[in-house]
Write a new protein. Structure first.
Length: 95
């Protein structure tokens, strides 16, 4: 499920946080209006935005969805490596 960003974030500057929130909101609005219009690259980018906001579970969900949408071996390899990094960030943030 694709969700809107929260009102506050930790560890991200206010300006950067606003950019990521606007990106996610735009993706969510597009998804809600016409889900098939979002390609794998948009879902991948949304995963990156969630990562920057510290929403690691949402990031992983988007990255996995992106990988399912694009069966290209290089993309799958990139997504796999990025998911590994996101999981490490999640683990480090929970300490």
């Amino acid at each position: 499920m694709i969700r809107r960003p929260p009102r506050s974030t930790q560890g991200v500057s206010s300006a950067a946080s606003d950019v990521y929130k606007r990106q996610i909101s735009a993706y969510v609005q597009t998804y809600e209006a016409k889900p098939e219009s979002l390609g794998y690259a948009a879902i991948f980018n949304m995963g990156n935005a969630y990562t920057h906001l510290g929403r690691f579970d949402d990031a992983i969900t988007c990255l996995k969805k992106s990988s399912e949408m694009n069966q290209d071996r290089t993309h799958k390899k990139t997504v796999k490596a990025l998911i590994k990094q996101v999981k490490a960030l999640k683990k480090a943030s929970s300490r």
